[in-house]
Design a protein around this ligand. Structure first.
Ligand code: HC0
Ligand code: SF4
Length: 579
């Protein structure tokens, strides 16, 4: 089909919208609600206006390009004075009941509404009703996600991602007319609702209406308190996402720059969550073998993703007996810091603050769980998402991109294997676990070490993995995205699945695309494959590829824990969800 955009002839497939045809041919049209990657084009923001001429007699018409199909011979204009005037008016209307406190907004410098206002040449806002903005709901009940309706432009992207991608369906449209808001089903608060804290809505929100809770101020308090010993840990996925916040190409690893940055901030001890991922493999691998031998409930489901654990607890509690009792690496490292490390450093645990850098908003809620504190002291005191950590660095004047790399503090918990770093992508926990389970059963390493059968990207994938001579094979599944998790759980509960081990990550892609990672404007996770390749490279470059070969893991068992699943490990590294 032929049409004309700004006087240039273009060809496009029948059925394409004007917006799609313009994008394919390099013509920019602003949008605030449409998000092609999640199939969302509700036509509510009305800033994608264009002028079209079907024929001379009909004259010009102004239409929304995201909902209007291209027709043969159609003449389309994206920048006429009338289009720009109407787009400006539309942005003015969006700003009329919007909270204008932009300098204090979580999205300061990263706001799609500001970008569009600049694009359409807005020079002032003639109509502003701040009382409307102030009267809107501001819900700070959740440790993970803050919902500030004074900033909402009702694009409905959050509703779409929560419903169609995650299958959680916590968010609904409430009220009508000027009173329209995005609320929680049954009018609940965020914390009392079906929300699982995954933060996927914060990745698609074009403004600051849904954001991760900001704990930066608390961490600055810890850093500048001379009485406090600060212990930092950073997750596998943070190292392959954070660089994007400092202008580095997607897929850059800043594994060495993070410890340097933390020391510049004044951190006393810098540890790697990957060490604890290796430890989790020892504990969870042992748990799997015990279940295989002892007839306990199978399949075993992983438990390191707190969005998934929340989902199981709130939506599918019958699956909880299948969920591993091993705590997540974040929590295992926190528990060991306040016991093993505190003892070695001769520091009272009450004087220590453990801060995690995580790609995840739900990790904040996990760290706040009552079962993860001993004698009233939390194992992990604060969690900063990757975006928050970037904000902290900027506030302290540190440019990560220019830093020399340096290692973590090695002696106790600063080293990890390649098996640990791939935890950050979907399938990685399963691959790491099977490398070690194979070794336990055969006394030799799995070869080749990479399990490519697990490295697809479908939301549910299955593999039958041979476990060596005389040990048969195991059927496993890897699931990412909660919509897929629901399908898997329903199949298990209905007795229609014969897997022995299932990995679940709440966020599509796994932690590397977690709700706390750097977000992209006008796109949903466009850097997923680059981040994933970077994690696999970090594994391949590591001289140690199996968790059981981490010498520091041997040391912690020898000098402190005893053996995997010992009484002490049970006290410090395990829990029961849903009790
Ligand atoms: Fe993950 Fe984790 S791998 S959940 O995806 O297991 O957040 O990156 O830190 O705890 O290690 C997130 C990432 C972690 C934990 C680890 C696990
Ligand atoms: Fe839905 Fe996740 Fe946002 Fe909660 S955090 S509202 S579950 S998308």
């Amino acid at each position: 089909m032929n049409a004309f955009i700004n006087g240039k002839e273009v060809r496009c497939e029948p059925g394409r919208t004007i917006l799609e045809a313009a994008r394919e041919n390099g013509h920019f049209i602003p949008t605030l609600c449409e998000l092609a990657d999640i199939g969302h084009a509700p036509g509510t923001c009305r800033v994608c206006l264009v002028e079209i001429w079907r024929d001379k007699e009909a004259g010009p018409q102004i239409v929304t390009s995201c909902t209007t199909p291209v027709e043969e011979g159609m003449r389309i204009f994206t920048r006429t004075p009338e289009v720009r005037r109407m787009q400006r008016l539309q942005v003015e209307l969006l700003l009329a009941d919007h909270d204008h406190d932009c300098a204090a907004c979580a999205r300061h410098g990263d706001c799609e509404l500001q970008d569009v206002a600049q694009f359409v040449g807005l020079t002032g806002t003639r109509h502003h009703f701040p009382d409307y903005a102030r009267s809107r709901t501001r819900d700070v009940s959740s440790p993970s996600v803050v919902r500030d309706m004074g900033k909402c432009i009702r694009c409905l992207r959050c509703v779409a991602v929560c419903r169609n991608v995650q299958g959680v369906d916590a968010l609904v449209v409430t009220g009508n007319g000027i009173g329209t808001e995005i609320g929680l089903r049954h009018n609940r608060s965020q914390s009392a609702s079906d929300c699982v804290g995954c933060g996927q809505c914060t990745l698609v929100c074009p403004v600051g209406a849904l954001a991760g809770r900001d704990d930066v101020e608390r961490v600055i308090d810890y850093l500048y308190d001379p009485e406090i010993v600060t212990v930092f840990q950073f997750a596998p996925a943070v190292r392959v996402g954070l660089g994007e916040e400092f202008g580095l190409p997607p897929g850059s690893s800043v594994e060495g720059q993070v410890p340097t940055a933390l020391r510049l901030l004044g951190a006393d001890v810098v540890l790697d969550t990957n060490f604890a991922a290796d430890l989790v493999i020892m504990e969870e691998g042992t748990e799997l073998l015990q279940r295989l031998r002892g007839g306990a409930k199978l399949p075993l489901f992983t438990s390191c993703c707190p969005g998934w654990v929340n989902f199981a607890e709130k939506h599918l509690p019958d699956i909880l007996p299948h969920v591993s009792t091993t705590r997540s690496p974040q929590q295992c490292l926190g528990a060991l810091a306040k016991t093993y490390l505190a003892r070695t450093m001769n520091v009272a645990p009450e004087r220590m603050r453990v801060v995690s850098l995580m790609p995840c908003t739900a990790k904040k809620e996990e760290a706040a769980r009552p079962e993860f504190r001993r004698d009233g002291v939390r194992d992990v005191d604060a969690v900063l998402t990757t975006r928050e950590f970037a904000r902290l660095l900027r506030r302290e004047g540190i440019d990560l991109a220019g830093l020399e790399p340096s290692p973590c503090d090695d002696p106790l918990m600063g080293r990890a294997t390649g098996a640990a770093v791939i935890f950050g992508t979907t399938g990685g926990v399963m691959e790491a676990a099977l490398r070690t389970v194979y070794h336990v059963l055969n006394g030799k390493e799995l070869a080749p070490v990479e399990l490519h059968a697990l490295r697809g990207y479908e939301n549910v994938r299955e593999a039958v993995v041979p476990l060596g001579e005389g040990n048969g094979s195991v059927k496993v599944a890897v699931v990412h995205g909660l919509k897929a998790a629901r399908q898997m759980v329903e199949a298990v509960l209905a007795g229609k699945a014969d897997h022995v081990f299932v990995e679940v990550m709440a966020c599509p892609g796994g932690c590397m695309d977690g709700g706390g990672q750097p977000r992209s404007k006008r796109a949903y996770n466009p850097n997923a494959q680059a981040r994933r390749a970077a994690l696999f490279s970090l594994d391949a470059e590591n001289a140690l590829r199996q968790s059981h070969n981490n010498p520091l893991i041997g040391k912690v068992y020898e000098s402190f824990l005893g053996e995997p699943c010992s009484n002490l490990s049970h006290r410090l590294l395990h829990t029961r969800y849903g009790d």
